[in-house]
Design a binder for this molecule. Structure first.
Ligand SMILES: [Zn+2]
Length: 396
């Protein structure tokens, strides 16, 4: 391909909306627009990655620092849109909303005490309730109310007050739900802000597995301004579904090895064998760059060679470069020919930004000896190679 045909536009400055260095270089090198849309050059590399993805070893060949599980492969990055729970010790990795963890036993087993209705004015939240009663949050039951989409069933969920519900886990057990309306809550006999499953009719009660293990919890009295002390699952209400329903957080114990879980932002590179090549390109750029630009490894780079000529005074360097271009293309190499009549410095900068593994420079001085300069992107020095020996040199 020729530089001008690809309509490459490089930029000196990083875009001000860049959240990571990799994204900044992809925009500066002309692979992506500021709006994260692939350019023609970008599409060339995406197509190249897509073609390579049929190889079972595709992702591992790119040597990216990925984490994952049987179904998904992630790349941790600050700008990522997916939250991941990850165990640095045993490598357990799962989307945060589905991650399992070892729940703290927290409170000691107690004998059930009699129910007691208490006045709790303005205690609409777990925090306010725990403060008002002078008890830890793990002694409270948090209520969340939904309506199941498929049959309009009222779904009453209870998790311990010190835990957060994972709607993803809830949906995995009961199907799609939406938040219940005020009318639906009232119809069930519950009172918003003061709700519990005690005494409700025609309700699917779903509780986290910690609830049956926790005695004498404070829960709503289904009457505005009142709570019940000493509610006990099994005696005061009974759940149809008892499952893990709560969301892991950083520091929770790994389900496999008890080490503390980390929570990371990530992008998804693959779902089973379906690859997101644009995210893979971002991961590559994040991993492979230096101060001057991208340093894409051979299997990822859109071109093997960046070929350029330095306009000469006596020799038509462009014509010589064109010949070399044709020879290398015939030898099945992927070549980006910078055929512009620009100064050498401009082209060197662009070559470094775009990050092909090899740069070939066709200039007057070396041409007098029948040679060109070859420089690997990551090398500090050039080597001079006879024109007739270029293809052989590169294959080495
Ligand atoms: Zn672990």
């Amino acid at each position: 391909m020729k530089y001008r045909d690809l309509n490459i536009q490089t930029q000196r400055e990083a875009p001000n909306n860049a959240r990571t260095e990799g994204f900044a270089f992809l925009v500066r090198a002309g692979y992506l627009t500021r709006e994260n849309v692939p350019t023609q050059l970008g599409q060339t590399v995406l197509d190249h990655l897509q073609r390579q993805s049929v190889d079972p070893a595709f992702l591992s060949q790119l040597s990216l620092a990925t984490i994952g599980n049987d179904s998904e492969t992630f790349f941790p990055i600050d700008s990522g849109s997916v939250d991941i729970a990850h165990c640095p010790f045993c490598k357990y990795t799962e989307r945060l909303e589905l991650a399992r963890f070892l729940k703290p036993a927290g409170i000691l087993h107690e004998l059930p005490l009699p129910l007691e209705k208490v006045l709790t004015p303005d205690c609409h939240t777990i925090e306010a309730l725990a403060t008002f009663l002078g008890i830890p949050k793990e002694k409270t039951a948090k209520a969340l109310m939904y309506t199941r989409i498929v049959d309009n069933k009222f779904v009453f969920v209870v998790v311990r007050g010190d835990m957060q519900l994972s709607e993803a886990k809830l949906k995995a057990h009961v199907g799609e739900v939406r938040v219940a309306t005020a009318e639906e809550i009232e119809r069930s006999g519950a009172a918003a802000g003061y709700a519990s499953p005690v005494g409700l009719k025609d309700t699917l009660v779903v509780v986290d597995e910690l609830i049956p293990q926790s005695q004498n919890l404070v829960a709503g009295a289904n009457e505005a301004g009142y709570h019940l002390k000493n509610t006990n699952h099994g005696r005061d209400y009974r759940a149809e579904i008892i499952e893990d329903l709560v969301r892991a957080k950083a520091g929770d114990a790994c389900i496999n090895c008890r080490h503390p879980l980390s929570v990371l932002s990530a992008i998804v590179l693959a779902t089973r064998k379906t690859y997101d090549v644009q995210n893979i390109l971002l991961a590559l750029a994040e991993t492979y760059h230096d101060a001057k630009g991208l340093t894409l490894p051979h299997p990822a780079a859109p071109f093997d060679v960046y070929l350029m000529h330095v306009p000469g005074k006596e020799i038509d360097t462009r014509a010589q470069a064109e010949e070399i271009y044709n020879t290398l293309e015939t030898a099945d190499m992927r070549v980006l020919f910078d055929d512009r009549d620009e100064r050498a410095g401009v082209k060197f900068n662009d070559a470094d930004l775009i990050g092909c593994p090899i740069r070939i420079t066709v200039g007057e001085k070396a041409l007098r000896g029948g040679m060109v300069e070859i420089k690997a992107r990551m090398a500090t020095n050039n080597v001079l190679v006879l024109i007739a020996e270029i293809a052989g040199f590169l294959i080495k």
